[in-house]
Ligand binder design. Structure first.
Ligand SMILES: Cc1cc2nc3c(=O)[nH]c(=O)nc-3n(C[C@H](O)[C@H](O)[C@H](O)COP(=O)(O)OP(=O)(O)OC[C@H]3O[C@@H](n4cnc5c(N)ncnc54)[C@H](O)[C@@H]3O)c2cc1C
Length: 467
């Protein structure tokens, strides 16, 4: 690994800066380290130092940068908004292409589509569509960029009713290839690239510079209900969700987090609750209040949930309330995430209950998301089955806590892996367990993606998560 601050590529930085208006930062440029660490959402950036950090202003500049990288034998890694938990885009050496400047959002009301740049965030896309009574299944964090989210698959808001994984709602994309060509991929053009970008994950052999997305009619009435249940009663809750699962409308999104008990509820907990609660969130995306009530009814009638310690409703709710829940759950700066998909919810909850009492911090928070449409499709690389996504966000305040946090998380997921149908590439710990990448696609899709990489990027210009 090379040392920070060493004068390596400054002449290259100057050469490229002469060709584009966007910013070009070399290793010896003042402010390099601030720029490098500022690109990583996670508060623990890897000790990797790109030779050039390039932030193009236009699609034309992306093409210029790619050609420049080829001319000078630089590898290229790509960053959207930098929210990858594993910081997969931050490599040592080469060019880091930061696409956050390409963030335009242009809705088309006639066709109910939206054109978005790869640097656009979920919150801004939602706000732009809301004006027109439209919506898209963006991720649950307002600041999360659309590009990495979609390329990995995308577990989006109301995804169950809106196409399953959010990548299924990509209609087309424009991409810059390794030779600098601008190419469109859609169902009718470059079908192999189209499949790849719908869930192929990080390290694809192109840079997406524009997505065309299908939009959906915005629900008139969103009603959100949180129920807080005792930790010790989580097995009952898991059984209830499994039992009800087939009866729940696709417009009811159900998530279960296991959170530290808030001060007002802590006195009501017993020792075997370990000062934690299950927080079951159900969100109805309905036309009116009556329909929302109907969507919630199966949960309301469930005895395990009637026994909740506390129930609170946000009615009517908006996407901003959902974004706020994500912000509230992320309380410490150094985050490590891991994930499995599974059909075996009861066993997953049992494993979480075994490990959480030994968690290094209360800020180690599992989140289970019920998937309404767990089927896989032929026209997308996303190929992991399983009705439940089980992620855990293990958060630490200071660097000394990183190692015990990672060790605990790995013990937990070693225990969960036997019941996994696969792993979600955007939330699995690619940094700590790079071998988990193997589990993020079906064997057939893995082979296909390898062939696509070889064909479209024979000289391996683009770097993947493994380097
Ligand atoms: C607070 C928070 C909330 C989240 N919520 C959700 C959620 O609700 N649902 C969900 O599914 N995920 C969620 N995630 C995970 C999220 O989907 C991933 O972190 C995703 O990678 C973020 O996209 P990004 O553009 O920031 O990716 P980056 O971190 O910028 O990049 C990750 C990788 O994506 C590839 N990439 C990015 N842009 C391009 C491009 N334009 N062309 C080619 N390749 C590109 C590169 O290989 C890059 O290495 C969340 C993450 C956070 C931190």
């Amino acid at each position: 690994m090379s040392e920070p601050g060493k004068r390596l590529e400054e002449p290259l930085a100057e050469q490229l800066a002469d060709r584009i208006r966007g910013s070009v930062v070399g290793r010896a440029t003042p402010g390099y380290e601030l720029r490098r660490t500022g690109l990583v959402w996670n508060g623990r950036p890897a000790q990797n130092y790109p030779d050039l950090i390039v932030r193009p202003d236009t699609i034309g500049e992306v093409r210029t940068a790619i050609r420049f990288a080829r001319e000078h034998g630089l590898t290229v890694s790509v960053r959207g908004s930098g929210h990858s938990y594993s910081g997969v885009f931050l490599h040592d050496g080469g060019m880091l292409l930061d696409l956050s400047g390409l963030d335009d959002i242009v809705p088309d009301i006639e066709t109910r589509t939206v054109s978005v740049g790869p640097g656009a965030t979920g919150g801004r896309i939602d706000a732009a569509l809301a004006h027109h009574g439209l919506a898209f299944p963006v991720g649950h964090g307002a600041q999360v960029g659309i590009a990495g989210f979609l390329l990995g698959g995308g577990i989006g808001i109301n995804g169950g009713a809106w196409g399953g994984m959010s990548c299924h709602s990509i209609l087309a994309a424009d991409m810059v290839m390794a030779d600098g060509r601008l190419v469109r991929a859609s169902a009718g053009e470059n079908a192999d690239l189209f499949r790849a970008l719908r869930g192929g994950g990080p390290g694809l052999p192109f840079v997406v510079v524009r997505f065309i997305l299908r939009c959906y009619r915005r629900p008139n009435h969103i009603a959100l209900v949180n129920r807080f249940v005792r930790f010790s009663q989580l097995p009952d809750v898991a059984r209830a969700i499994e039992r009800l699962s087939d009866r729940l409308d696709s417009r009811l999104q159900v998530m279960l987090a296991i959170v530290p008990a808030p001060a007002e509820l802590a006195p009501r907990l017993a020792q075997d609750d370990h000062n934690r609660l299950g927080a079951l969130t159900a969100i109805a995306f309905a036309d009116d209040a009556t329909e929302a009530e109907r969507l919630h009814a199966p949960l309301d009638g469930e005895p395990a949930l009637q026994a909740a310690l506390h129930r609170e409703a946000i009615d009517p709710a908006g996407f901003d309330d959902i974004f706020a829940m994500t912000d509230m759950a992320l309380t410490a700066p150094r985050v490590r995430a891991d994930n499995i998909f599974t059909d075996r919810l009861g066993e997953a909850v049992a494993a979480l209950m075994r490990h959480l009492p030994a968690a290094p911090s209360p800020a180690c928070i599992p989140l289970i998301v019920r998937r309404n449409s767990p089927s896989v499709r032929d026209d997308a690389a996303f190929s992991i089955r399983g009705r439940f996504s089980v992620s855990t966000y293990a958060q630490a305040e200071v660097a000394e806590d990183d190692r015990p946090t990672a060790a605990w998380l790995h013990r937990l997921y070693d225990d969960l892996l036997p019941i996994a149908s696969g792993c979600y590439v955007n939330e699995v710990d690619l940094e700590g367990r790079p071998e988990a990448l193997e589990r993020c696609h079906s064997p057939a899709v893995r082979e296909e993606l390898a062939a696509i990489r070889k064909h479209h990027d024979p000289h391996r210009l683009f770097r993947g998560p493994a380097g």
